[in-house]
Design a protein around this ligand. Structure first.
Ligand SMILES: NC(=O)c1ccc[n+]([C@@H]2O[C@H](COP(=O)([O-])OP(=O)(O)OC[C@H]3O[C@@H](n4cnc5c(N)ncnc54)[C@H](O)[C@@H]3O)[C@@H](O)[C@H]2O)c1
Ligand SMILES: [Zn+2]
Ligand SMILES: [Zn+2]
Length: 366
């Protein structure tokens, strides 16, 4: 198959022919149809990620069709439409059995080091093993993934929209719906209007929030936030907390969301949360070694801070549900797709992202 291989950190991905072995027990062969290009792919490609490895096939926001299943696969069969899950759901581990979290423990270690659950890879090139990125490796025509890391979706869902639910969009939606459980009538403030922040704005709206502040540095992105339901648009800067407090009778927002990855913005999101019960949900991923600076008094007086990985979404159940809501017209996904590119243009996808040109480039594969 053709795939975009990362050989050297900092270098471009090269599109080449690699071998993909048949799925083994508990694994599924997927023909990919669409894949989003995400910051996490670029983060690893650039060499900035200290836990990155190469050679690997990047990509983790995939959607496609099950081609074949390996032995012992019961929940999927050929022809099923699926979304890839870097955050799997085995349904059996201590976390999967608990409604409080989506952090499945089943395959974490092997996945983090680029292997399928049995500790080997299916991708190779002239006999050399090529590792699986985030358990997905979706910058490719096909992938082999564990059954527990694939969500079966409505076959009517367009692939180019469905793939966005593999990462940022579900993260933002879920932060508001699952992690914060925003109450109807409340006031929310979302910091950052990328894929994650815009998803959070939409999630707050779906939960029935009355007022939704959105903070970003880009007027273009704030306009997109308006389209997702933001009622108050604020240009980012040092005075943001003050401005939110001023317009909320000095109290702050019932729920705040951080979706920039900047620890200074995380601090603002904590400070903009209302005393007594304000909840700040952090979705952004900070740089290695960075810490969040919070005055403890803010917590004594009732503010809380929560973190959210993949929006607390238990992927196999939750992603199909979110896609159903999009298909029912509750979530407007189309504005997030800014560019459609081919697999050969994957490096251009990175360039567009670095230039902050649009929200998502989607690779069309078949
Ligand atoms: N928790 C998870 O599971 C998860 C999943 C996906 C992504 N993420 C993280 O979420 C964050 C956002 O991802 P994204 O894809 O939306 O990124 P993005 O870069 O597209 O969006 C970030 C936005 O923040 C804005 N911003 C930057 N500095 C700001 C400031 N000082 N004030 C206000 N806005 C500011 C930018 O203008 C941009 O629009 C990243 O840190 C990413 O790594 C987390
Ligand atoms: Zn992603
Ligand atoms: Zn599990």
């Amino acid at each position: 198959m053709r795939a975009a291989v990362l050989d050297e950190f900092g270098g471009p991905l090269t599109i080449e022919e690699v071998e993909l072995a048949e799925p083994r027990a508990g694994e599924v062969l997927v023909r990919l149809a669409a894949c989003g290009v995400c910051h996490t792919d670029l983060y690893t490609a650039s060499g900035a990620d200290p836990s990155g490895y190469a050679p690997t096939v990047l990509g983790h926001e995939g959607a496609g069709v099950v081609e074949r299943v390996g032995p012992d696969v019961a929940s999927l069969s050929s022809g099923d439409h699926v979304v890839t899950l870097f955050s799997p759901q085995c349904g059996e581990c201590v976390h999967c059995l608990d409604p409080r979290t989506n952090l499945c423990m089943a395959i974490r270690e092997q996945q983090n080091s680029g292997f399928l659950p049995d500790g080997t890879t299916r991708i190779s090139r002239d006999g050399e093993q090529i590792r699986h990125f985030m358990g997905c490796s979706t910058f490719a025509e096909y992938t082999v993934m564990p059954e527990i890391a694939l969500a079966r979706i409505d076959p009517e869902a367009p692939f180019e929209q469905a793939c966005l639910f593999a990462c940022g969009l579900s993260t933002g939606l879920g932060a508001a719906i699952n992690t914060a459980e925003v109450h109807p009538g409340s006031t929310c403030a979302v910091f950052g209007a990328g894929m994650v922040g815009l998803g959070a704005v939409a999630g707050c709206r779906l939960q029935g929030a009355e007022r939704i502040f959105c903070v970003d540095l880009s007027a273009e992105r704030l306009a997109l936030a308006r389209g997702q339901g933001a009622t108050d648009l604020i240009e980012g800067g040092e005075d943001v907390v003050e401005r939110i407090l001023e317009t909320t009778g000095g109290f702050g927002a019932d729920y705040t969301f951080e979706a920039t990855g900047n620890v200074e913005v995380m601090r603002q999101a904590v400070e903009a949360a209302r005393m007594a019960w304000g909840l700040c949900t952090v979705a952004g991923v900070a740089g290695r070694g960075e810490t969040l600076d919070v005055v403890p008094r803010l917590l004594i007086t009732g503010r809380r801070i929560a973190g959210s990985s993949f929006g607390g979404v238990k992927g196999r159940e939750g992603v199909p549900q979110l896609i159903e809501r999009a298909m029912a017209g509750e979530i407007d996904v189309a504005p997030f797709i800014s560019h459609r590119i081919s697999l050969d243009e994957v490096n251009r996808g990175f360039e567009l992202m670095e230039a902050q040109d649009g929200i998502r480039s989607v690779i069309e594969l078949s």
